[in-house]
Design a protein around this ligand. Sequence first.
Ligand code: DOR
Ligand code: ZN
Length: 438
Amino acid sequence: MTHFDLLIQNGTAVLPWGEVAADIGVRNGRIAAIGASGTADAVVDATGLHVLPGLIDPHVHLRDPGDPTIETLPTGTKAAVLGGLAAVFDMPNTTPSITNADRVAWKQGYIEANSWCDMGLYVGATNGNTPELGMLETMAGVCAVKVFAGSSTGDLLIEDDASLEAVMRNGRRAVAYHSEDEYRLQERRPMFHSGMPYRSHMEWRDEECALLGTRRLMALARKTGRATHILHVSTASELELLRDYKDVATAELLVNHLTQWAPDVYDRLGGFGVMNPPIRGKEHWHAAWAAIADGTADTIGSDHAPHPHAAKLKPWPEVPAGLTGVQTLVPVMLDHVNAGRLSLARMVDLMCAGPARVYGVVGKGRIAAGYDADFTLVDMKQKRMITNDWIVTPCGWTPFDGMAITGWPMATIIRGRTVMRDGEVLGEPGGRLVNFAA
Ligand code: DOR
Ligand code: ZN
């Protein structure tokens, strides 16, 4: 009789080749058998649940080092596993930013001692570190170089074509971009003044800012042949353009842009709807869903970017840009599945296979023998409401407060360890660095 460390029984497994009613056996933190029968040290009963590969949020800002009253790596990763995520990739615009080998080395150790989930980390590109990027992107746990080609929170910025081209010519892996044209952002800024309505945010950082930025990056990507990942694509026109650049480019969409639209979001939420790139009109929401339907979108993320509650109450433009989201990404996406906007298989494609393909994740992102035993168990029928008091990020708010959800993550299993079950975080932080192909 075969013996496993863990057996996940009676669930519907979402395999790369379809949904199958199959028990899954785990040994030494890896998937040992699908359609398994045998004995086990531990059993998870998944009756009535779908067993997904461990879901990945490839875009979070955990703010560590930074201000612990807003967010920390331990609290942000606790939020992640409560929300059904097995891994997150963390952005470099912390205080200080992660831009050199010493800071990467510090963060590698900090993650392995404090994270509840597995993690990748971005290295921030600067005009000073460009020659080292090829080395930095091969350090353990580094998911990609991140370039802010338009300014946002923090001081990371590379705005001109020559410097952007130099980044592309240093290194080989996909580079991830915040794409808004900095020159147009600066040029338009004087047209707006303090105290104007919150929707001014999307009028200042308009569709043309995003399109211009992405058009310039696509030209440079073709010229250099460097794989280029455009984060948080927010406009119909960029999605149209990106369809002609699939040889060099991949695209991320955000749950916020798939769930909220202007002017409604600014009327309802004020500063709690302000982020970069902005949430825009309904035609862009339609375009985003079309890009989910036709495959233009490769990944989805939360862009979890916490700011103090009091700061989000400030008038525009003093209000900082960014919205919390790591804990709510999976519930909101499951609700979209139940509403018929995408299939569960496509959600898994966007949150597992997509990040694996774009970032070169090794040994995660699919339920297959030999892969890490990462699972997100979801109850597609569970009805809950998202509320601020559920949020464990210290700043304590979510733009989805009061949203009724159908579909909820019931367990998070990482390398065979159950770290969340029925809304409770279990054990100690045991997260590790994700492996990436060099
Ligand atoms: O809204 C945003 N907030 N967009 C970004 O690009 C950065 C993020 C943050 O770090 O606050
Ligand atoms: Zn971001």
